[in-house]
Ligand binder design. Structure first.
Ligand SMILES: [Zn+2]
Ligand SMILES: [Zn+2]
Length: 370
């Protein structure tokens, strides 16, 4: 199932305030609470979905990343719902629910954070959308990409500071146990984020996170033959990893603008051209635009029927990253136009023509092409 937009999940607008987001989440979470809906898979889904949306939208940085890059901007970097956890008591105080946090942990605490604890974690991949013309998609182009990503802090080299001692909260295990009875679950330690140790002297530049936001400008080559929806992956150009993990990727999503006249189908290009009924009957030479720019001469055979296609070899689209000498074809779709208004002389000539050619007032039907 496709993932729903976080704003849509919470039913708030893109510029909702923090307070509106919190209220919306609280309402959904309470209405679908697992305590009051045991064995209700739909409620559980809604609850999880809303919690995830809230985790991202309640965090300024994650929300900004999501707004800019969509799901790719926040995937992998979600941090195990720790944010929701932190706001939890505040959010549900006075809600009348007991034991909620235990259940909450059972959904989001355990497995999620344990897998992220301690070890190197790969940085989040980011997505950047570029919009290019029909022509540039066919022949390739270069685009400037200007974006921001997490980078290791230059002052501390990503370590976050100097000196490490055992975390006072979890005593080095990286995990804390919450809840009681059935719902007792281990989750990532909120103090050290699973590392088991804390920094003694936090780096003043990054405040101990080991990360800084770096703005980067890249010139990215969009290969010839790119299609709408093509994704180009720039390895390691995403967010820096945590605990020595590899950086994520930068994914360039290529959107191709529609052309007013050219229509593309895989590697072929279609163009509709109107000609007059006399041109169709007698045959003619016409000039038509090609995607290369400029025009080419095409001879239209006499007696051509409306809707007939004429092929121009090698005037289509090259293979993705392929050779410009080996392209698909272009098809001219001929539209024979009937004159809408006839002057006196034209009408007279037309009548003579009709008499000359003869007219069938009981035409035999033509089967559809199937
Ligand atoms: Zn630093
Ligand atoms: Zn700890």
């Amino acid at each position: 199932m496709a993932k729903r937009d976080y704003y849509e999940v919470l039913g708030v607008s893109k510029n909702a305030t923090e307070e509106e987001i919190k209220k919306a989440y609280r309402k959904i979470a309470m209405a679908n609470h697992p305590d009051t809906h045991p064995d209700d898979k739909d409620a559980e889904e809604r609850f999880k979905e809303a919690s995830e949306a809230y985790e991202i939208l309640s965090d300024k940085t994650k929300r900004a990343n999501y707004d800019q890059f969509g799901f790719a901007g926040v995937e992998g970097g979600a941090g195990g719902y720790s944010n929701v956890y932190r706001d939890f008591s505040d959010l549900f105080s006075g809600s009348g629910f007991g034991g909620f946090s235990d259940i909450f942990d059972s959904f989001f605490g355990g497995g999620q954070s344990r897998s992220q604890a301690r070890g190197p974690a790969r940085g989040a991949s980011l997505q950047y959308t570029v919009s290019i013309s029909f022509h540039d998609a066919v022949f390739g182009t270069k685009v400037d990409v200007d974006y921001s990503h997490d980078d290791p802090c230059p002052s501390c080299g990503g370590s976050g500071g100097s000196g490490r001692s055992t975390c006072p909260t979890c005593h080095g295990s990286g995990q804390v146990t919450r809840g009681s009875g059935f719902f007792q679950m281990a989750s990532q330690c909120p103090t050290c984020h699973g590392r088991g140790s804390v920094i003694d002297n936090k780096c003043p530049s990054c405040g101990g996170s080991g990360l800084t936001t770096k703005r980067e400008k890249l010139s990215v080559t969009i290969p010839c033959g790119s299609a709408d929806g093509t994704k180009l992956v720039l390895r390691g150009k995403g967010n820096a990893g945590a605990n020595g993990g590899a950086p994520g990727d930068l994914v360039i999503l290529v959107r191709v603008k529609d052309d007013k006249y050219f229509l593309r189908d895989e590697r072929d290009i279609y163009l509709q051209v109107p000609i007059s009924m006399t041109q169709a009957a007698l045959g003619c030479e016409i000039e038509v635009p090609v995607v290369d720019g400029g025009k080419v001469r095409v001879s239209v055979p006499s007696g051509i029927q409306s809707g007939k296609q004429l092929r121009l070899k090698n005037r289509g689209v090259p293979a993705f990253r392929g050779s410009l000498d080996d392209r698909g074809d272009m098809y001219l779709v001929i539209l024979v136009e009937t004159p809408k208004r006839l002057g006196l002389k034209a009408r007279k000539l037309m009548k003579e023509l009709a008499e000359e050619l003869g007219e069938d007032s009981s035409p035999t039907p033509v089967p559809f092409d199937k």
